[in-house]
Design a protein around this ligand. Structure first.
Ligand code: F6P
Length: 360
């Protein structure tokens, strides 16, 4: 009998419980025990874990969040913590680790693998920014939620003849904005990959007005930035957002997390003020925030997460460590963890070109 560990790290997303269930169920087929490590890497530093039985994973498939908790903890910030992780893996008799995470969590898995710990990775994040996989699970649910929000904002924007700016998550990639913007029929989509010219945005929206369309929806990714030359330094006083020294990114605080990320958010306020000033039209902002990460996963995410979980156990069975399961086309394939975390996957410009056809 083998004992394997599973942890979920970084921001939560819909589908984590579907993965946990799949890993436990598939492992039971081999008569292996699965230890749920609490709260990401923190649980491995502190030795907080629990045995996951069939009973513990019963009924969790449609449930959002993660039953074992998560955190943004980086053991590599402290040499002592790395040693504690290695000692606890030995102490609890964990033969291999299934690490479910985005680039930060999987980056730690890669480093541990290089130190001799048998790890396999599973890609999760609503941001869809991991390389080597067509999609991460959690993304489809976030896009569905953002699309529904855009649908709803259409009717109120139209009734009041307003511009409504909807700010979505995604960190430094504009996947959620692009996909939800296309699906919801946004009149302008602003993403980090393409710095925007505020006058261009106004020009597009004015075109709609000249055609008799007296309302507009602008989808903006939290990491979108105005072109340097077109923006004034922005002060978000009163709306909880700050500019940082990082170019023109709008952030909520100047603090960074354990992986050096700033907390993005607030570009929607900036845009709203600029559009109202330049276009003389009533404008409102909706910041979707963590609504995009909560609640039940779509069928697509449940299935993808389940396939990833089963495939990860197969990798362990074959002692194929240092790999991440990835979706390529319709196949689940193993890729090097190194490849997945080496660079972030940004929006495909062919897709953005399709979105642009509908601007203005
Ligand atoms: O990476 C997922 C994500 O939701 C990003 O889109 C967002 O910038 C960030 O996490 C928010 O993090 P937190 O939950 O720590 O506020």
């Amino acid at each position: 009998m083998k004992k394997i560990g599973i942890l979920t790290g970084g921001g939560d997303c819909p589908g984590l419980n579907a993965v946990i269930r799949a890993v436990v169920k598939k492992s039971r087929r081999y008569n292996w025990d699965v230890i749920g490590i609490k709260n990401g890497w923190k649980g491995l530093i502190n030795g907080e874990m629990e045995l996951l039985s069939d009973y513990s994973v019963s009924g969790i498939l449609p449930k959002g969040g993660t039953i074992i908790g998560t955190s943004r903890t980086n053991p590599f910030n402290n040499e002592g913590d790395v040693q504690k992780v290695i000692d606890n893996i030995k102490k609890f008799g964990i033969a291999a680790l299934v690490v479910v995470g985005g680039d930060d969590t999987l980056g730690v898995a890669k480093n541990l693998y290089e130190k001799g710990i048998p790890t396999v990775g599973i890609p999760k994040t609503i941001d869809n920014d991991l390389s080597g996989t067509d999609y991460t699970f959690g993304f489809d649910t976030a896009v569905s939620i953002a699309t529904e929000a855009i649908d709803r904002l259409h009717t109120t924007a139209e009734s009041h003849h307003r511009v409504i700016v909807v700010e979505v998550m995604g960190r430094h990639a504009g996947w959620i904005a692009t996909m939800a913007g296309i699906a919801g029929g946004a009149d302008e989509i602003l993403i980090p990959e393409v710095p925007f010219d505020i006058e261009e945005v106004c020009k597009n929206l004015r075109k709609r007005y000249s055609r008799g369309k007296k309302f507009s929806i602008v989808a903006v990714a939290e990491g979108a930035q105005p072109k340097e030359e077109t923006s004034e330094k922005h002060n978000n006083e009163g709306d909880g957002a700050n500019n940082t020294n990082e170019g023109q990114l709008v952030t909520q605080t100047d603090e960074t997390d354990a992986f050096g990320h700033v907390r993005l958010g607030g570009i929607g306020h900036y845009l709203t003020k600029e559009l109202e000033k330049r276009m003389d039209v009533e404008t409102r902002v909706t910041i979707l925030g963590h609504v995009q990460r909560g609640g039940t996963p779509t069928a697509h995410d449940r299935i993808l997460a389940t396939r990833f979980g089963v495939a990860a156990v197969e990798l362990i069975k074959n002692e194929n460590f240092g790999k991440m399961v990835a979706l390529q086309g319709n196949k689940i394939v193993p890729i090097e963890l190194e490849e997945a975390v080496s660079k972030s996957k940004t929006v495909d410009m062919d897709l953005y070109d399709i979105a642009k056809i509908f601007f203005g």
